[in-house]
Design a protein around this ligand. Structure first.
Ligand SMILES: Cc1cc2nc3c(=O)[nH]c(=O)nc-3n(C[C@H](O)[C@H](O)[C@H](O)COP(=O)(O)O)c2cc1C
Length: 198
């Protein structure tokens, strides 16, 4: 059976978008059927247009599919991605999560595999609290939360057992450690989903 994976993410400036794309590539390489979906922008247009990098990213994704609750209903495994905002999940991803009440009330978000990634500018800027906030949501879904832990030696490079976190600093480009951690995150989630389905 082919595992169905939904990657649902938000990105203002493109870092989390690049992470989501890498997760999608790794999942497809592993053999999964993938839906890569960004959530709708909720910030006022004048705020977005006021920052060229933000506006440029909106133009980049405007033709790409927007997440809907059906994407989670469809999926066997789900990856959420959100930049860290004041140590927390973005309001854009949270707004999408808040549309999931009907599925939640029918128990249709339960028994799927869930995992998460984030990006922040600084090393101690709240990646863990952002990832754990997403885990809290997964718990409410009745999801099977699959953190990476230190289940591979490569996790000692990125040092984040809760998910994957990119520290951008001055460079938003993903490096080899980021790629390795993202590949490991999604392959592990898919492997657990395959075991659950067996
Ligand atoms: C409103 C706002 C709040 C932010 N809060 C944090 C924060 O708490 N800690 C941190 O390290 N970076 C913070 N950042 C920086 C972003 O997390 C960082 O630039 C992230 O990589 C952006 O992801 P994106 O390129 O996908 O939009 C914040 C940025 C904005 C615009």
């Amino acid at each position: 059976m082919t595992t169905k994976l939904a990657i649902v993410y938000y990105s203002s400036y493109g870092t989390t978008h690049a992470m989501a794309q890498r997760v999608a590539e790794a999942a497809e390489k592993h053999g999964a059927e993938v839906r890569l979906r960004h959530v709708a922008e909720t910030a006022p247009a004048e705020v977005v247009e006021g920052q060229e990098a933000w506006a440029a990213h909106r133009r980049e994704v405007e033709d790409q599919p927007v997440a809907s609750p059906d994407d989670l209903d469809w999926a066997d495994a789900v990856v959420f991605g959100s930049p860290t905002r004041y140590g927390h999940v973005t309001s854009q991803l949270q707004a999408f999560i808040d549309t999931l009440g009907p599925l939640w009330s029918q128990g249709r978000l339960a028994d799927k595999v869930y995992t998460a990634f984030t990006s922040s500018q600084t090393k101690h800027g709240g990646q863990e609290s952002t990832l754990l906030a997403m885990h809290t949501t997964f718990a409410h879904f009745g999801g099977v939360i699959v953190p990476p832990g230190y289940t591979d030696q490569l996790k000692f490079n990125d040092g984040n057992p809760y998910g994957v976190g990119k520290v951008t600093g001055q460079s938003t480009d993903l490096d080899d450690d980021d790629h390795a951690a993202l590949d490991h995150l999604v392959v592990r989630a898919l492997t657990v989903a395959e075991k659950l389905a067996a």
